[in-house]
Design a protein around this ligand. Structure first.
Ligand code: ARG
Length: 457
């Protein structure tokens, strides 16, 4: 088969070599973006008088036809034509004749491919932001139900201080809010047009880059043609924001998995998001949470893969850069899928408030309260810490918790203790009193919920 660049060549490559160099296997995902970019480009060529109006119309008609065919799955792609750009150009020429060859006037595949990827990522970033909002809504929905549900809060995975379950869920809401912010911010740098940068140096044709940028809905154009075709930092930025987002998801996965274990039993994952075992009839496995935790690895990998691909490349385009696509596509699918699954999973969990209630009455996570109590009454905190530590030891030795110790033990430990400590030690009181800004106190949690809802609407 003759290549579009056949002129300079005396020999054609063998099919297996073509196959190795081709990207059509994956970049056909960009078919719509490629056609959209071409439509803008040819419209501009007409407007600038670079090719005559009738030919512009012919090319547009051809491109529109190709778009319909692509939609109906009627376009065949071949590795001989290497990538989506050449495949489409070839199809266009087959469709409308040699005039189709004018489409590439004043353009190179280098600015073309960069344009396609900007368009693609712009669309997908929006979709991912929408999916992220869905998850945030699900978290807020659960949080609203559980402001006064108390769970043990942990540090080092040891019981630390009790917290509102809503507060715990909202911690993730805010992480995802920052993830949203990172994606939103990336749009500023993503929504810039490389089109018209040519192969690397611009073009001799009197093109109008601002016009194509406007037609494609970009906010502006790359100021430097070499930069426009060489950098993939807009993808790196997307992958980096995605890696951080997956890290957050993965931590929540880990908690869901722990919480749904026999040992915790704080939640039950809905049957729709769990699987059974082929051998053990009793099993219900939190597969989706595990899988998302697992998929976090490939997203990190995609980020590192691209950074590594780019690090030694001289300007401008190098074929290495064809490796920028699969990791990007894979990340888009992984992140989008994970977010949608997650939203459904959060919406449908059963929260075992009875188990949580029992748990917070069976630990020493109210001990800080006693130390604060003494400190409020004038004892230096360090000394109060010591006094309470001893009381905890007494309780452990007796096999009871702080609320079960007789008042006499408290009086023996310090005369500052009064009967009201039994109220102070109640998990509800412990949580309610942590009303410093951003704390787990119920009033604070309600303030946070209000703010979260405002952000979502
Ligand atoms: N398939 C190529 C890629 O994805 C398109 C750009 C090709 N440009 C070139 N000069 N070979 O990177």
């Amino acid at each position: 088969m003759t290549k579009l660049w056949g002129g300079r060549f005396t020999k054609t490559a063998e099919e297996w070599v073509d196959a190795f160099g081709a990207s059509i296997g994956f970049d056909q995902k960009l078919v719509d973006e490629d056609i959209e970019g071409s439509l803008a480009h040819v419209t501009m060529l007409g407007k600038c008088g670079i090719i005559p109006g009738e030919e512009v119309e012919l090319i547009k008609k051809g491109l529109t036809k190709l778009r319909e065919k692509a939609k109906a799955n009627q376009l065949e792609f071949s590795v001989q034509n290497e990538d989506i750009h050449l495949n489409l150009e070839k199809h266009l020429i087959d469709e409308i004749g040699s005039v189709g060859g004018k489409l590439h006037t004043g353009r190179s595949r280098n600015d073309q491919v960069a344009t396609d990827m900007h368009l693609y990522l712009r669309k997908e970033t929006k979709e991912i932001m929408n999916a992220l909002k869905k998850l945030q809504k699900a978290l807020v929905g659960q949080a609203e139900e559980h402001v006064e549900t108390i769970i043990p809060g942990y540090t080092h995975l040891q019981r630390a201080q009790p917290v509102s379950f809503a507060h715990h869920l909202l911690a993730y809401f805010w992480m995802f809010e920052r993830d949203f912010g990172r994606l939103k911010d990336s749009e500023k740098r993503l929504n810039i047009s490389p089109l018209g940068a040519g192969a690397l140096a611009g073009t001799t044709f009197p093109i109008d880059r601002n016009y194509t940028a406007e037609l494609l809905g970009f906010d502006g154009i790359y100021d430097n043609s070499l930069d426009a075709v060489s950098d993939r930092d807009f993808i790196v930025e997307f992958l980096s924001a995605s890696a951080t987002l997956m890290m957050h998801l993965s931590r929540l996965c880990e908690e869901l998995i722990l919480w749904s274990s026999q040992e915790f039993q704080f939640i039950e994952i809905d049957d729709a998001f769990a699987t059974g075992s082929s051998i053990m009839p009793q099993k219900k496995n939190p597969d989706m949470a595990e899988l998302i935790r697992g998929k976090t690895g490939r997203v990190y990998g995609n980020l590192f893969s691209l950074l590594t691909t780019l690090k030694g490349l001289p300007l401008a385009y190098n074929k290495d850069m064809q490796e920028d696509k699969e990791g990007m596509f894979d990340t888009v699918e992984t992140v989008k899928g994970s977010l949608l699954i997650f939203a459904g999973m959060i919406e449908t969990i059963t929260v075992r408030t009875d188990v949580m209630e029992k748990a917070v009455h069976q630990d020493f996570s109210n001990a800080t309260e006693l130390a604060d109590y003494l400190a409020t009454r004038g004892m230096p905190f360090r000394q109060a810490h010591e006094v309470v530590g001893k009381l905890v030891l007494v309780a452990i030795q007796k096999g009871v918790f702080l609320l079960d110790l007789p008042f006499q033990e408290y009086q023996d430990a310090s005369e500052l203790f009064e009967e009201d400590i039994f109220e102070v030690l109640q998990p509800k009181t412990v949580v309610a009193r942590r009303n410093s800004a951003g704390g787990t106190g119920f009033t604070q949690v309600k303030v946070a919920l209000k703010k979260a809802n405002e952000l979502l609407n």
